[in-house]
Ligand binder design. Structure first.
Ligand code: C2E
Ligand code: MG
Ligand code: MG
Length: 283
């Protein structure tokens, strides 16, 4: 019996690994031409205001519409794009496309009020970043205060002085800064007040543990109090259950995002949602 199972299992894994590395090679090769070929697409996840239940903003999340492999999530190609440096070009496209989409929703009189774009460590280090942001805003006509840039906690904390310098440059332009995935890396709370950030976003792992681990509720309560005392906005991501939502509401969190409301959607699928929510609310 086992002799029958094991060879099959082995062949199954060998095939899986073979396919996985083949995919990796294919992805690396095609990264070079994905922008020219218009294979990138942005999906949008609403950010909900807990006071009003309305969509106050949206996070843009990149996907790759691969002709053979289908829709590839960022976790599968962004790390490769970072390795090869093509993330800079991709990021430039993302900025422009996100600003263009936000402006066109606003021109149509629709929510959301702001759009958030994710930046990788490499992009933050590039001198061109300031130009890319300025170009995207100028070309699309989006008001700078409507653009938020999300940067991971770990990236910002790695080099506080360097981060502060670049963030100050960005803030001079009028854009807002979000510290993404807070609570998933190691942060010195003392450094929080040195960084010019507007919003702290509590990462999914902490939010997931709200009901199951009492210490994560205590930590979240403390983070919310800290952020509010520092004059920052506080947002929770990865909200999947009513229990998590109820907790975040009573803990005075400003904004939430998560599958409980909706996963990220294509612009086409997002439009009916915001049209329908124009007068209605989520919670
Ligand atoms: P992130 O910025 O922390 O985005 C949150 C991720 O959680 C997204 O995954 C989103 O689809 C997912 N998510 C949202 N709500 C829920 C929920 O309730 N439950 C669960 N389990 N997941 C939820 P996604 O779109 O696959 O993006 C993954 C990461 O890829 C992002 O994490 C971000 O770091 C990176 N990324 C995405 N777009 C870009 C981009 O344009 N540029 C760069 N540099 N990185 C990007
Ligand atoms: Mg993000
Ligand atoms: Mg995040």
């Amino acid at each position: 019996f086992t002799r029958k199972i094991w060879p099959n299992t082995y062949r199954f894994y060998a095939r899986e690994i073979g396919e996985a590395s083949l995919q990796k090679v294919k992805i690396e090769q095609s990264l070079q031409k994905i922008i020219n070929d218009k294979e990138l697409v942005l999906h949008y996840q609403p950010v909900i205001d807990l006071m009003t239940g309305k969509i106050i903003g949206v996070e843009a999340l990149v996907r790759w519409r691969h002709p053979e492999l289908g829709l590839i999530p960022p976790d599968k190609f962004v790390p490769l794009a970072i390795e090869s440096g093509s993330i800079v070009k991709i990021g430039k496209w993302v900025l422009h496309e996100a600003c263009r989409q936000a402006k066109s929703w606003q021109d149509a009189g629709l929510e959301p009020a702001f759009i958030a774009v994710n930046l990788s460590a490499i992009e933050l280090d590039q001198l061109q970043l300031i130009n890319h942001v300025a170009e995207a805003l100028h070309a699309t006509g989006l008001d700078p205060s409507k653009l938020e840039l999300e940067i991971n906690e770990s990236v910002l904390m790695q080099d506080i002085d360097g981060s502060t310098r670049i963030l100050n440059e960005l803030k001079k332009m009028g854009v807002k800064i979000v510290m993404d995935n807070f609570g998933t890396g190691y942060s010195s709370l003392n450094h929080l007040r040195r960084l010019p950030i507007d919003t702290i976003k509590i990462g999914q792992p902490l939010v997931q543990d709200i009901a199951s681990k009492s210490d994560s509720s205590v930590i979240i309560t403390a983070i919310i109090a800290l952020a509010r005392n520092l004059g920052m906005q506080i947002r929770a991501e990865g909200v999947q259950s009513q229990t998590q939502l109820d907790f975040l509401k009573q803990a005075n969190c400003h904004h939430v995002q998560g599958f409980l409301f909706t996963p990220p959607l294509s612009a086409e699928h997002f439009l009916p949602l915001i049209e329908q929510r124009k007068t209605g609310t989520f919670s």
